[in-house]
Design a protein around this ligand. Structure first.
Ligand code: HOZ
Length: 424
């Protein structure tokens, strides 16, 4: 019996999150037992170069010593108190410092909780119900947001999940990403009813799609004109594309930002935060309720704080960006050599690549027309070469500060070998 078969006997679908199941590429998922730096070791002792990084949190690589040591020290003092600890304030201060649009923050445990709570807060604050999201953007699995979603939902062909009452879904409007006109038109029609717009400023759950010039600016302007709250979902991009997230790159201040992944340094921590005027509507200060037994868990806060302290160096993102650039440019050149249509993109420590010959990918409709079959073959070829990429054509890739020229060169050599075999 394989490890996956064994898992399926007791775990629903054999995995605790669908994106891991290899449903998007076929075959059985690989089981891992350890990781160090850029490398992960499988249960059958194969060493692989990891470009998933636990789906984003591990910007410093696996088992980064300062994070591990801080966690070890912290656990000796107890695991959880369900009461305030000073480490929460320290991490909150760091978050506000890195992202000045965040004046007050609330720690939660998962990205789903962060986005779900941000939506409730926006509705409570504006006293309006309608939310706007964008096709292929994924904001966790709460009911209002799992409509035309990306990530595992898209990978498994259920972007709008059964189980969401239509009476609730009717409050969510979904628009095409990067479509300036549809944003303007929707605001013209729905003006007084829109509570908020939630958007991944760089879409990372339908591969990696950057905003076209003017798109985020229009969203911001329309929100301002209609007193709608602008929520940037930076669960993936926060501290990933730049210290200050995508908002610092595009120079747009959202009203609320949601964070996850890197903020927990590999442990379950997430957050939402923004303008004090809005955040003051949250209980206990205000009437909008949100709570959690393990919110602000001290061990997760320690992992997050040491992680954020470790990425503060002046050239940290410059170096990540250079590594991503070398990897993506290299892959693109190899693909060209074999006349294979590979579109690549990257920013900071995040990258995306797509087998596509239909022109630049700007939204969900473009990405689903890309050559998913070729991606699957490439994925499995790379896996055979011990390169672990995200097992879905709709997920972004991640690089860590532990990836060096050595790992990138090995990856490019593997790319050459795999693409040449796909061509022939
Ligand atoms: N939502 C994550 C990817 N965008 C997947 C998380 C997981 O399956 O672990």
């Amino acid at each position: 019996m394989t490890l996956f078969e064994e898992a399926k006997e007791v775990i629903a679908g054999g995995v605790n999150s669908p994106a891991r199941s290899f449903g998007g590429v076929g075959g059985d998922p690989v089981f891992f037992k350890s990781g160090k730096g850029a490398w992960i070791k499988t249960e059958d002792n194969r060493e692989m170069i990891d470009y998933v990084g636990s789906w984003g949190p591990l910007i410093l690589g696996h088992a980064f010593p300062p994070v591990i040591n801080a966690i070890k020290e912290a656990v000796n003092d107890g695991l959880s108190f369900g009461a305030p600890t000073t480490i929460e304030t320290r991490l909150a201060r760091k978050v506000c410092q890195f992202m000045p649009s965040i004046e007050r923050v609330r720690m939660v445990s998962t990205g789903t909780e962060a986005t779900m709570s941000a939506i409730r807060l926006a509705r409570g604050y504006t006293k309006k119900d309608i939310i706007i999201k964008f096709e292929g953007c994924y904001h966790g699995h709460s009911d209002s947001l799992l409509i035309k979603a990306g990530s595992g939902a898209l990978t498994h062909g259920v972007p709008s999940s059964p189980g969401i009452p239509s009476s609730l879904a009717k409050h969510t409007i979904t628009l095409p990403f990067n479509d300036i006109e549809s944003v303007i038109n929707t605001f013209r029609i729905m003006k007084d009813k829109i509570a908020c717009v939630i958007i991944e400023p760089i879409a990372g759950n339908m591969n990696m799609i950057k905003p076209i010039p003017g798109f985020l600016e229009t969203v911001k302007e329309e929100c301002l004109l209609s007193n709608a709250v602008l929520i940037f979902d930076e669960v993936m991009t926060g501290f990933r594309v730049a210290k200050g997230g995508a908002q610092s790159i595009y120079d747009i201040k959202p009203d609320i930002t949601t964070l996850g992944k890197i903020i927990g340094g590999g442990l379950p921590a997430a957050a939402f935060g923004g303008r004090q005027e809005i955040m003051s509507h949250l209980a206990p200060e205000g009437p909008v309720y949100q709570a959690g037994t393990l919110s602000g868990n001290p061990i997760a806060m320690v992992a997050g704080l040491v992680t954020l302290e470790s990425i503060e160096g002046k050239d940290f993102y410059k170096s990540l960006d250079l590594k991503c650039s070398t990897l993506m440019t290299g892959m693109s050149e190899i693909a060209k050599k074999f006349h294979l249509p590979l579109e690549v993109t990257h920013l900071g420590g995040m990258f995306g690549f797509t087998f596509n010959q239909n022109g630049p990918i700007k939204n969900y409709n473009d990405i689903i027309k890309s050559d998913i079959g070729l991606f699957k073959r490439f994925f499995h070829g790379m896996l055979t070469e011990n390169i672990y990429l995200a097992p879905s054509a709709f997920e972004a890739g991640f690089i860590s500060s532990a990836h060096t020229d050595k790992e990138i060169n090995i990856t490019l050599e593997a790319t050459e070998k795999v693409l040449s075999s796909l061509k022939s």
